[in-house]
Design a protein around this ligand. Structure first.
Ligand code: ADP
Ligand code: ZN
Ligand code: ZN
Length: 728
């Protein structure tokens, strides 16, 4: 038997591939294999096939283990996806096998063949007449199935006919009367729906440039909220689909998929579209991924993990709300889906559109330095829709009634009286962020995190929003026995209670992560809002993103200040984006919207920049500051993070690492410091900032660290490299 030698990437924390022997035909790289590894079986992906064994790491051919099985349950990962994974492995200093594993749906990470494949199959009669002839005369439903199978049918359609349908199908298949066929491809070129809005002049200019783009072309679509960016995406997508391409659309939040999906379906009724996000059941995600990989799905709409979906005919990538932090994977293999998308577009030679009303500083710099082309939409698309007026209410000068200023209360009363909708925005869920004892100063805190416990009144629980730990609130202060424990501060639940008292005729509707966990509950609430059944809304940033409420006329923002004085140098940029996004909800359909921001710091120079709505000026100024202080994007950063059961252990590990690499040419390693939130979920955390003027120096150092540290044992310490960290 011929023998070949495979280089296999395995999902293990080592920066190397592994060699195996295979007897038989040479398989295609990108296929899955099951291989022995130590005492277990692992699933890996073939990176390279050699007919001679090169003899790496002093191994002899006889020592190589045999591949147990080559799997054919998915098309081999195409070369461009493998190259994308390789790029990510180098750029983010993360083992290749683990990058590839992250790119695959869960079912393909298991060392066993995927059983759900037949769900994807289509069937048709080989000879309808012969099939019909052998069906007993009175078996009407079998007859109906036979008729159905005159054309290719999916398993779903077949099952829908009768509970016994799959049994008959199997029997007929064995007799050769029915066979598996390719799925029919939907016709290209969606029919033009008559009610398409006429493009605005600005939209037309933008589209001309997008449609003329050929090969790799990165665009920054900078458009105010409601300026018709989504409409622009739809038109650009339409053009690429008509030319036979597949389109990848990335969005930051799962919550937004249902609405966008509906908008896309309505626009492209003939095209097969799939979604890819972590909220899907495993089987569905695997099927959708396969449909993309087979080129059957023409539109892939997904969150960050979709950026790795194989798409043979990829012709355009759209990254909506490109500044959004959700694009950043913060655990395990840490990557920015936005940045990976740009690299992918480069590699696939296709245009990529990064859309935002508040672009990230990284993208803004790339645009200013002409690496990205700027496209702008300055006007709201609906005629007459005006940007909202923003007004500050100083909580230093004005009295507060249950956390609200009289001006805010009056404005709310007026808007509600005129039948308009009001949103009160507070970026904190729960009832109160603090439960305290006024006698001795005790505060309910999490034992596993450096964090306070949040009081949730509905189910009377104290919860840690960082690790999920919970308990019932103590009846007495655990330190002094005082029975009068007081909630301090406001969360959405308390605000809801307060507003219910203030406005008894308009019951508030609260929307936050706590009451939208059940599938479909968010949708139901959004429907209520759209139908005008809820007039007074209370919500967190979940409400801020993407939703389009025609009758929302007033937004009141509470507790905006936290972002102004954060230690994080990106805090203002985020606050700007958040406030603008919240403000953007108001006044979308004709009526002017009004936004009231309650703040203690009404004098801060940040606010005039926000009120003017001139994000470009804010971004230019911010970039100048970053340049002057050599902060990202003007220097490249990585964070080496370590955690252990006690802080000293983590710090000692980092100190040792620093000693070993601090002399690396072109590299600067800061002193190890405890993380801002030292304890999290029972682990104590510390970090070292690694920076460099030039990325190659940083990458070379990180590669070395990954290889050496990965091969060593550091008992009791968990460590990870975080390249381009967003929380520092
Ligand atoms: P964005 O994505 O920038 O927030 P959208 O594409 O969602 O903006 O557009 C905002 C609103 O304006 C939507 O209700 C959309 O249907 C409408 N719209 C977009 N383009 C046009 C246009 N050219 N004419 C009329 N209405 C438009
Ligand atoms: Zn006490
Ligand atoms: Zn905790």
């Amino acid at each position: 038997m011929p023998e070949v030698y495979l280089q296999v990437a395995l999902d293990v924390p080592l920066q190397r591939t592994f060699d195996y022997r295979l007897e038989g035909e040479s398989p295609i790289p990108g296929l899955r294999v099951i291989v022995p590894f130590g005492r277990q079986l692992l699933c890996g992906v073939i990176i390279k096939v050699n007919s001679e064994f090169a003899g790496t790491a002093g191994l002899k051919v006889e020592q190589l283990k045999l591949v147990q099985q080559v799997l054919h349950d998915m098309p081999p990962l195409p070369r461009h996806v493998l190259a994308l994974c390789r790029f990510c492995s180098d750029y983010y200093a993360w083992p290749l096998g683990q990058v590839i594993a992250a790119a695959l749906p869960g079912a393909f990470r298991q060392p066993q063949p995927w059983q759900g494949g037949k769900e994807l199959s289509w069937y048709a009669a080989t000879d309808t007449q012969a099939l019909v002839q052998q069906i007993p005369a009175r078996a009407h439903r079998q007859r109906a199935l036979a008729d159905l199978l005159a054309a290719p049918r999916s398993l779903d359609e077949i099952r829908a006919l009768s509970a016994s349908a799959t049994g008959w199908l199997k029997a007929w298949q064995e007799q050769g009367l029915v066979t598996e066929v390719d799925a029919p491809m939907p016709a290209h070129g969606a029919p033009v729906t008559p009610e398409l809005p006429a493009l605005t002049d600005e939209q037309r200019v933008v589209l001309e440039q997008l449609n003329a783009a050929d090969g790799f072309a990165p665009f920054l679509l900078f458009g105010v909220t409601g300026s018709g960016k989504t409409e622009v995406y739809l038109r650009a997508i339409e053009q690429r689909l008509a030319a036979g391409g597949q389109v990848l659309v990335l969005i930051p939040e799962i919550n937004l998929t249902p609405q966008l999906e509906a908008r896309f379906k309505a626009r492209f009724p003939e095209e097969l579209m799939v979604s890819l996000h972590s909220g899907l059941a495993d089987g569905e995600r695997t099927r959708n991924w396969l449909l993309a990989a087979q080129g059957r799905a023409r539109i892939v709409l997904g969150t960050r993990l979709a950026v790795f979906a194989p798409m043979p005919d990829l012709a355009l990538i759209v990254v909506d709300e490109e500044h959004d932090l959700s694009y950043r994977q913060q655990e395990g293999f840490r990557y920015s889906a936005r940045d990976v998308a740009v690299y992918r577009a480069h590699q696939a030679s296709v245009p990529v559109i990064l859309g935002s009303a508040t672009p990230s500083m990284e993208s803004w710099r790339n645009m200013r330095e002409s690496r990205y082309r700027l496209l702008t939409l300055t006007q709201r698309a609906i005629t007459g829709a005006k940007p909202p007026q923003i007004q500050l209410l100083s909580t230093q000068q004005l009295r507060l009634f249950d956390g609200l200023t009289q001006n805010a209360i009056n404005a709310m009363r007026e808007t509600l009286g005129q039948g308009g909708q009001v949103l009160v925005f507070i970026n904190r869920r729960g009832y109160a962020p603090v439960l305290a004892c006024h006698e001795c100063g005790w505060i309910a805190s999490c034992k596993r995190c450096t964090a306070r416990l949040v009081l949730h009144r509905e189910d009377r629980r104290l919860r840690c929003h960082h690790c999920g730990w919970e308990s019932s609130p103590p009846a007495h202060c655990p330190d002094c026995g005082n029975a009068d424990l007081q909630p301090l501060g406001f969360g959405t639940q308390r605000l809801e209670e307060t507003l219910a008292g203030m406005f008894p005729d308009t019951p508030p509707l609260r929307i936050d992560r706590d009451n939208t966990r059940r599938k479909g509950s968010l949708d139901a609430m959004l429907q209520q809002i759209h139908k005008g059944e809820a007039q007074l809304l209370v919500g967190t940033q979940m409400m801020a993103k993407g939703h389009d409420f025609a009758n929302l006329q007033l937004v009141v923002v509470l507790n905006a200040d936290a972002g102004l004085f954060s230690l994080d140098f990106r805090a203002q940029e985020r606050l700007y984006a958040l406030l603008l996004q919240v403000a953007g909800r108001a006044g979308r359909a004709g009526q002017p919207g009004k936004v009231l921001i309650q703040t203690r710091y009404h004098d801060d120079p940040f606010y005039p920049m926000l009120i003017s709505g001139d994000y470009a000026a804010f971004a230019d100024r911010t970039l100048q500051e970053r340049k002057a202080t050599a902060l990202p994007p003007y220097s490249t950063w990585a964070m080496l993070r370590a955690e252990a059961k006690d802080l000293q252990r983590a710090m000692a590990f980092l100190r040792e690492v620093r000693e070993r690499w601090r002399g690396f040419s072109g590299l600067h390693m800061a002193q190890p410091v405890p993380a801002l939130m030292v304890r999290k979920a029972g682990w104590e955390r510390a970090q070292v900032l690694i920076s460099a003027q030039r990325r190659p120096a940083l990458q070379a150092a990180l590669r070395e660290m990954l290889e050496q540290l990965g091969a060593e044992k550091h008992p009791g310490v968990r460590w990870a490299l975080d390249v381009d960290p967003v929380d520092v």
